[in-house]
Design a protein around this ligand. Structure first.
Ligand SMILES: [Fe+2]
Length: 337
């Protein structure tokens, strides 16, 4: 997951040069290329299930939300990408604002309820994740947990919680806070965060810091805990999840997005892929696989271990209103980036 997109692109460029030498072997359509910023394991689970069902090959190019989003903008109409998948909505908005998405047909958008996709139908939600406070159960109890995300900016919380502000996941949380509360409140919250938070790189490291007793909690997404619990528990044995609920900004549910590039040379197969991801079989991958992200498809069940999405009392945030440029500007000004 640490491999940069450009490093991968270089490696792939070598691969492409190689392939060109034996172009006759590639007379047939070589399938679709997915630019992926979702967790690679989840994209691979989707790709494998799709290829098994349709025989269409999927090549995944991996990067982070904004890296890949910016790459698509640079490449424009010449991009080899057919599909773009993200962890969070802001990168989808970035690419949509550049006019690069193919409007989706109703047989795709109808598979996802309206609250999990933009009204313009240029892309769709494919999965969802909830903000949580992962806390050390040896130090915090129901009574001493923060009631709101705002509390974490109070002086009383100095040095007591970890976060990974450089990640796209956390920047989506800040973009949501900004959408809900406006600039003045966001600036004030980030000032408190800068004072209080212990900065680490990656959500897993933030959770591990709580597990190791370095801090009392971490502001992260829910699936890092569930994934670790399903495995060795090495980063979460002493940790439980606190859901802020009450439409608090800390209860923000972030939508992972999927879209088809207007410049795709394999549009039919690309649309087929997105239809698969948002349909029953693709959403079942979320229910049965190892991602522990929420399913968002109509009537699609999430993993039974998760607190139901409907019980999270998340604030209503229009995914198209998540302004990552503004969020990163404010975070940079606060000294967090
Ligand atoms: Fe993540």
């Amino acid at each position: 997951m640490k491999t940069t997109f450009s490093a991968l692109a270089k490696r792939l460029a070598v691969g492409v040069a190689f392939a060109a030498l034996s172009v006759s072997a590639f007379a047939q359509d070589a399938g679709i290329t997915v630019y992926n910023a979702q967790h690679e394991s989840l994209a691979q689970e989707w790709a494998d299930a799709f290829t098994k069902q349709t025989g269409i090959a999927v090549t995944i190019r991996q990067g982070s939300d904004l890296e890949v989003g910016n790459q698509l903008i640079q490449e424009g109409a010449n991009s080899p990408a057919d599909v773009f998948l993200t962890e969070n909505s802001p990168a989808m908005v970035l690419v949509d604002n550049a006019g690069l998405f193919e409007p989706l047909p109703a047989d795709i958008t109808d598979q996802v309820p309206a609250q999990y996709r933009p009204q313009n139908g240029h892309w769709t939600g494919i999965a969802a994740r909830s903000t949580v406070f992962a806390y050390d159960t040896r130090k915090l109890t129901e009574d001493t947990l923060p009631k709101t995300m705002d509390e974490l900016a109070d002086p009383a919380w100095k040095g007591r919680w970890a976060s990974s502000p450089s990640g796209a996941d956390f920047q989506a949380i800040v973009a949501a806070y900004y959408a809900l509360k406006g600039e003045e409140a966001t600036v004030a919250w980030l000032k408190g965060m800068k004072e209080n938070t212990v900065v680490v790189r990656g959500n897993r490291a933030a959770m591990a810091a709580a597990n190791n007793g370095e801090v009392e909690g971490a502001l992260i997404y829910h699936y890092y805990w569930f994934g670790d619990q399903a495995g060795t528990k090495e980063s979460s044995a002493n940790v439980a999840l606190h859901y802020f609920k009450h439409q608090d900004p800390g209860a923000f549910v972030s939508i992972s997005g999927g879209g088809v590039l207007a410049s795709s040379k394999h549009k039919e197969d690309a649309l087929k892929f997105l239809k698969f991801v948002t349909g029953a079989a693709g959403q079942a991958v979320l229910r049965d696989g190892t991602s522990f992200e929420y399913a968002v498809g109509v009537d699609a069940a999430s993993n039974a271990a998760l607190t139901p999405l409907a019980d999270l009392d998340a604030p209503h945030v229009d995914p198209t209103q998540l302004d990552n440029i503004k969020a990163s500007e404010l975070m940079t000004a606060a000294g967090l980036l």
